[in-house]
Design a protein around this ligand. Structure first.
Ligand code: BGC
Length: 713
């Protein structure tokens, strides 16, 4: 970072007040709206964007006479996005957020955040629309791949480090989409119903912890309604919770086309984003004419207008976007290594009946089948798409209804798994079959020693998956291959859990998610044992949709624009919490992931009191180095069975090496939120704590007495 040491909160507040006081009302209003650059959806350049400004998701003019720079915003879930906006621009294409989630590695999140900050800054972007943290409540959500986990603590821990990495480079990060934008179906007309206290214990807890730990400059609201009010104008969530209970000092921006009316400003929204989409959605630019009219009529108080501007300014000053020196040099080779390391640590080995790793000197005859693995690896679509250096290996148009259909493509990122396996197994004989027909694939598989099938599914912003099945007949291909060859390995490249009707027939299964621009390499390294897999599932893989809270997804298949209500009746019991409560056995549990070495846990001790402090030892009992992610769960709180992940740590260990781990539980994870008293409440009693390899694989457990107390807001 080239900016000077971070200024104090009171300094930036004072400076924001002082600068704002010198503004004209026109200057104030100009800071409250962002205009989109041209892309596949917005094809005509808006003349409010000056010549020479690079196209991106949002532009807000500055006030040069007062030293206020323009805001240039770009998306950043999987890298600094570019498709459509800046033809020819490329950026490091990271693995999906869910792959980062699977690493359970906050230090890696910090590194990739730094990478995002540097690449943004080198292009002049000073606001990154990063920090996607919606909990994976539904395994069909088309954007789960952009997010981190179904668990609030994992999501918050990793998001906070990513945001800290971005902001340490002098670039503002958002955290988004506040809140409960957990399904894409009819997202603009979706009313997410939830018990407010349960909301505090789940999605809002993730936001609360991440905001505390990383102070993101802005919070982006969701498209949906929450309990009847649009997120962008939801005064309960913005005023009472975010700005009230949590004292959030930064600014709240809408999602693009997600400002429900000028009155949203009275309910806490500070900036309207992506004006052109508001024209499409609402036929008006709310924070332009209508908000100015309201101000002229005295309906928008001057103090509120000043507050909106001051919030933006104080985030700019706190992060230092007004203090930029020359653009940093960007080491793209180092950034490629971050993408590779994230892919390596994100791959989850779900099953291994001894067939992996493949020996480096193997002279086996191997059939590699399907998934365009001879070309590259799959990724997801929507505003998060990133063109990697050298361009996509291939783009195959998929299409679909609605405005998001235009951008729905099978983007193949370079680094072909077939070529990478060839490099690592020079003595093997490797053939590729496209996986087009079960019969044809089975013919090749039957004459080989081993078959590796690649199965892909393209998830996309704007669409939920209709079910958990692999598309394009891939289940039938895997089934036929497994029938033809007992040594079948399946590598999944998906953004969500899938069903695996063939799971008993195959010898090994690895989930590689969308592994980014170095993904083919990382997959090959895991298959051949160059790297011992260490990813753990950040989302439960159900055995069937009937096990989940909503076997039927409301609104699925209805026309775009159909008002839809989704009841998140599971409340705070999201994912593994739900499975535990319902006593359901998933296909693969949250936290599950195999290694090529073995780990033992011992010496679990737990202290109670105001919270839980646990200590335990992890030992690598195998013959090779590897990383483990021991997980500490609450299983019973006083008189109630209640499953909560209290802590986790990714531990890298050489053979025979041992490490002591300490977990200090955030007391909110032991508490219930008392909505009437507006505070957290811990009941006194014995709290059972379990140390496990996964939510369904507990190794050691014990209990400790915890004191009653009420705290927080
Ligand atoms: C997405 C946001 C994104 C914005 C700007 C919207 O469609 O929901 O996550 O930041 O576009 O590209």
């Amino acid at each position: 970072m080239t900016t000077s040491a971070a200024p104090s909160a009171s300094d930036v507040d004072a400076r924001a007040r002082e600068i704002e006081a010198q503004m004209t009302d026109d200057e104030r209003f100009s800071m409250l709206v962002s205009v989109m650059g041209t892309n596949d959806v917005v094809t005509v350049r808006d003349d409010r964007i000056p010549e020479g400004v690079p196209m991106s998701a949002g532009y807000v003019p500055g006030v040069p006479r007062l030293g206020i720079p323009a805001q240039l915003m770009s998306d950043a879930s999987l890298g600094v996005t570019n498709p459509g906006y800046r033809p020819g621009d490329t950026a490091t294409a990271l693995p999906a957020g869910i792959a980062l989630g699977a690493s359970f590695n906050p230090a890696l999140a910090r590194q990739s955040g730094g990478m995002l900050g540097r690449e943004a800054r080198s292009r002049g972007f000073n606001v990154q629309l990063a920090g996607g943290i919606n909990l994976a409540r539904d395994p069909r959500n088309g954007r789960n791949f952009e997010y981190l986990s179904e668990d609030p603590l994992v999501s918050a821990t990793l998001a906070a480090e990513s945001i800290n990495g971005i902001q340490a480079e002098g670039v503002i990060s958002t955290i988004k989409h506040y809140s409960l934008n957990c399904n894409e179906t009819n997202r603009h007309w979706l009313d997410a119903i939830i018990d407010p206290a349960a909301h505090r214990e789940s999605d809002l807890l993730a936001f609360e912890i991440a905001v505390e730990r990383s102070h993101p400059g802005a919070v982006m609201t969701g498209y949906n309604k929450i309990n009847g009010d649009y997120a962008g104008g939801n005064s309960v969530l913005i005023q009472d919770v975010l700005k009230g209970a949590w004292g959030y000092p930064g600014w709240v921006m809408s999602d693009w086309g997600g400002t429900p009316g000028w009155e949203a400003a009275l309910n806490g929204l500070d900036q309207e984003s992506g004006l052109q989409l508001d024209i499409m959605m609402w036929q008006t630019e709310w924070f332009c004419g209508p908000l100015q009219q309201a101000y002229a009529e005295g309906k928008l108080p001057k103090e509120r207008l000043s507050d909106m501007v001051q919030r933006i300014l104080r985030s700019m000053f706190a992060v230092g976007v007004d203090q930029w020196g020359p653009a940093p040099t960007v080491d793209m080779a180092e950034h490629h290594s971050i993408a590779l390391e994230t892919a390596r640590q994100g791959i989850v080995l779900l099953k291994n009946d001894g067939v992996l790793p493949l020996a480096p000197d193997s002279a086996a005859h191997i059939a590699m089948i399907g998934g365009h693995a001879h070309v590259g690896v799959a990724t997801g679509c929507g505003s998060s798409a990133v063109v990697p250096p050298g361009g996509f290996a291939e783009v195959i148009k998929i299409g679909g209804p609605g405005i998001m259909g235009v951008g729905r493509n099978l983007y193949l990122e370079p680094s072909s798994p077939v070529e990478e396996v060839r490099k690592l197994l020079p003595n093997a004989v490797i053939e590729f079959d496209p996986g087009m027909s079960p019969a044809e694939s089975a013919l090749m598989a039957s004459r080989c020693d081993l078959a590796i099938v690649f199965a892909i599914r393209v998830d996309s912003e704007g669409f939920d998956d209709p079910d958990l099945c692999l598309p394009w007949g891939q289940d039938a291909v895997i089934d036929a291959v497994a029938n033809a060859n007992p040594n079948t390995v399946v590598v999944l490249e998906t953004g969500n859990p899938v069903l695996m009707p063939w799971s008993d027939k195959v010898k090994a299964i690895a989930e590689a998610w969308y592994p980014g621009q170095a993904g083919g390499r990382a997959i090959a390294e895991v298959l051949t044992g160059v790297v011992s897999p260490s990813g753990r599932l950040p989302i439960t893989f159900p055995a069937s949709l009937t096990q989940t809270p909503r076997p039927e997804l409301p609104g699925l298949g209805s026309e775009w624009g159909t008002p839809t209500t989704i009841e998140y009746n599971e409340g705070a019991e999201v994912g593994y919490r739900w499975f535990s409560k319902q006593d359901e056995q998933p296909l693969f549990a949250f936290g599950h992931g195999l290694s090529y070495t073995t780990f033992e846990y011992s010496d679990l001790t737990v202290e109670g009191g105001d919270t839980i402090t646990a200590r335990f030892a992890v030992t690598n009992t195998g013959t090779r180095s590897g990383a483990d992610v021991p997980q500490l769960y609450l299983t019973r709180a006083a008189a109630e069975d209640r499953m909560r992940l209290l802590g986790f740590e990714r531990v890298e260990l050489a053979p025979s090496e041992s490490r002591e781990v300490t977990v200090l539980a955030d007391p909110r994870l032991l508490a219930r939120y008392d909505g009437d008293a507006r505070e957290w409440h811990i009941e006194s009693g014995d709290y059972n704590v379990a140390l496990g390899r996964a939510a369904d694989d507990i190794v050691l457990s014990t209990s400790a007495a915890v004191r009653e107390r009420r705290f927080g807001h």
